[in-house]
Design a protein around this ligand. Structure first.
Ligand code: 5GP
Length: 187
């Protein structure tokens, strides 16, 4: 058995808004060895999002308390909201020799990198930037200002893709998932 298969470790998945990270994550966790880390956030739940499944939804005060208590492995602010990876669940997952999947932004990913924890960093790229921009612009729930912020953030994140070990193009979900599983040595 190769090292990547026998040891628990982090799998950090980042990519711009609209690239399809959540869909890819849902597919990856269908594999027994892969577990998704549920993040905490101060943003409000979107329709259909379940507490403890999509996120742990916290008030700013609760989030701040957890930061002070050192309960996050990393945390960052994204478009005015705070997000953090709960440390304890990740450590349990690693101890159980699972692959713990973090769907987090670039700032958070760089904190994990600096921590020196064993991790594979994967950046998900859209096949076509113009299409990504259309998808972000087409989100009905957002104001024009929010759309502009999301586009600017997507461009900034894409500029940092070189920091990652692997770049995977999400041209087709099944293909991209297969490529990620290969990278992770999961069969
Ligand atoms: P959304 O609000 O659309 O669910 O997520 C917005 C961004 O926050 C996404 O890029 C997502 O990857 C990132 N994010 C989600 N959870 C975390 C986390 O725990 N830490 C960090 N740093 N980013 C996160």
């Amino acid at each position: 058995m190769s090292e990547s298969v026998s040891a628990g470790k982090l799998v950090v998945l980042s990519g711009p808004s609209g690239v399809g990270k959540n869909t890819i994550c849902d597919k990856l966790v269908e594999h027994d060895r892969i577990e998704h880390s549920v993040s905490a956030t101060t943003r409000s739940p979107r329709s259909g999002e379940v507490e403890g499944e999509a996120y742990f939804f916290l008030t700013r005060e609760q989030f701040e308390r957890d930061v002070t208590a050192g309960r996050f492995l990393e945390h960052a602010a994204v478009l005015g909201h705070r997000y953090g990876t709960p440390r304890e669940a990740v450590e349990r997952s690693i101890a159980a020799r699972r692959l713990c999947l973090l769907n987090i932004d670039v700032a958070g990913a760089m904190q994990i990198k600096d921590s020196g924890m064993a991790a594979t960093f994967i950046f998900l790229m859209p096949p076509d930037l113009a299409e990504l921009e259309r998808r972000i612009t087409g989100r009905a729930s957002e104001t024009p200002e929010q759309v502009q912020q999301r586009l600017a953030l997507a461009r900034r994140e894409i500029e940092q893709r070189q920091e990652y070990d692997h770049m995977v193009v999400n041209d087709e979900v099944e293909r991209a998932v297969k490529e990620i599983l290969q990278i992770l040595g999961v069969t």
